[in-house]
Write a protein that binds this ligand. Structure first.
Ligand SMILES: NC(=O)c1ccc[n+]([C@@H]2O[C@H](COP(=O)([O-])OP(=O)(O)OC[C@H]3O[C@@H](n4cnc5c(N)ncnc54)[C@H](OP(=O)(O)O)[C@@H]3O)[C@@H](O)[C@H]2O)c1
Length: 252
């Protein structure tokens, strides 16, 4: 039997680590050719090598998606070199926590530029291709999966601007879903809880110290990749709109 995503092309942003890397691997295993976007090209090359060793197809796209031209260029190169675009995994993100009072403004700017604008640039550039794929693609359906967070559902003390960006991702995703779902572009919002990745490591030492005990049990990136794979492999008439996934022991 042919793998479900055979003949399709997926672009994964933030593919150089964590959830993005695991998702690219999982989608390639389902037969998708995968375009891998992030800034660390060496990581992407290693991942592409692994995928090719497994018989898959991978394209390395070294880019900073906070730069509109680079984000658009990543989408255009995917289509030019892999022939089409059926699936966008809008995953690249950063989580810089801590009190609002006295927060370094560059941290807020980075989160808004990546979690909001980077995601929007990729969505904007990808949408015409996803609409085309839904019309004439091998599966007659296309997917945009936007990665939010539990923090996109509930704001907590110390995660104000991160939550702001993820609430925004939720609002945008639902509006876009209503706009394109009858044209068979499915838009899904994924809201992970604590997952063992590099995400928290970018925080200042004093913030890291204060959140040290905040996260107990963690999921693996592969657990979220598994959920994303489920979403994008549903039959054409089934759209998973939203998925909230926590480690079993995570209460809030
Ligand atoms: N881990 C969790 O507990 C958790 C929970 C809820 C939601 N999430 C969400 O899951 C998504 C993935 O995060 P993760 O946990 O897998 O963290 P991660 O391991 O830190 O991965 C983040 C990815 O984003 C990429 N990235 C950062 N800045 C970029 C830029 N300017 N342009 C392109 N790519 C960029 C990074 O690659 P480069 O540095 O190479 O560019 C990396 O591949 C994020 O949206 C995050 O908010 C994670």
């Amino acid at each position: 039997m042919k793998p479900v995503l055979d003949g399709t092309v997926a672009l994964v942003t933030g593919a150089s680590s964590g959830i993005g890397s695991a998702t690219a691997t999982a989608l390639a295993a389902q037969g998708a050719a995968v375009a891998l976007a992030a800034r660390r090209a060496d990581r992407l090359e290693a991942l592409a090598g692994d995928i090719k060793d497994q018989g898959g197809t991978a394209l390395v796209l070294e880019c900073d998606v906070t730069d509109e031209q680079q984000a658009t260029g990543a989408v255009e190169r995917t289509v030019a070199e892999l022939g089409r675009l059926d699936t966008l995994i809008n995953n690249a993100g950063v989580m810089l926590l801590g009190p609002v009072a006295g927060a370094p403004l560059p941290e807020w700017q980075q989160m808004v530029q990546l979690n909001v604008l980077g995601l929007l640039y990729c969505a904007h550039a990808a949408l015409p291709h996803l609409l085309r794929a839904a019309q004439d693609g091998p599966r007659q359906v296309a997917d945009m999966v936007n990665i939010s967070s539990v923090a996109g559902r509930a704001a907590r003390n110390g995660s104000g601007v991160y939550a702001l960006t993820k609430f925004g991702v939720g609002a945008f995703s639902e509006s876009l879903r209503q706009e394109v779902t009858r044209r068979y572009v499915r838009v899904c919002l994924v809201e992970p809880g604590a997952t063992a990745t590099e995400l928290a490591s970018h925080n200042r030492p004093e913030v890291l110290e204060s959140i040290r005990n905040q996260f107990g049990q963690r999921m693996e990136a592969a657990d979220i990749a598994d959920a994303i794979t489920y979403i994008v492999t549903r039959p054409r008439h089934v759209a998973i709109n939203e998925m909230l996934i926590r480690p079993t022991e995570q209460e809030r």
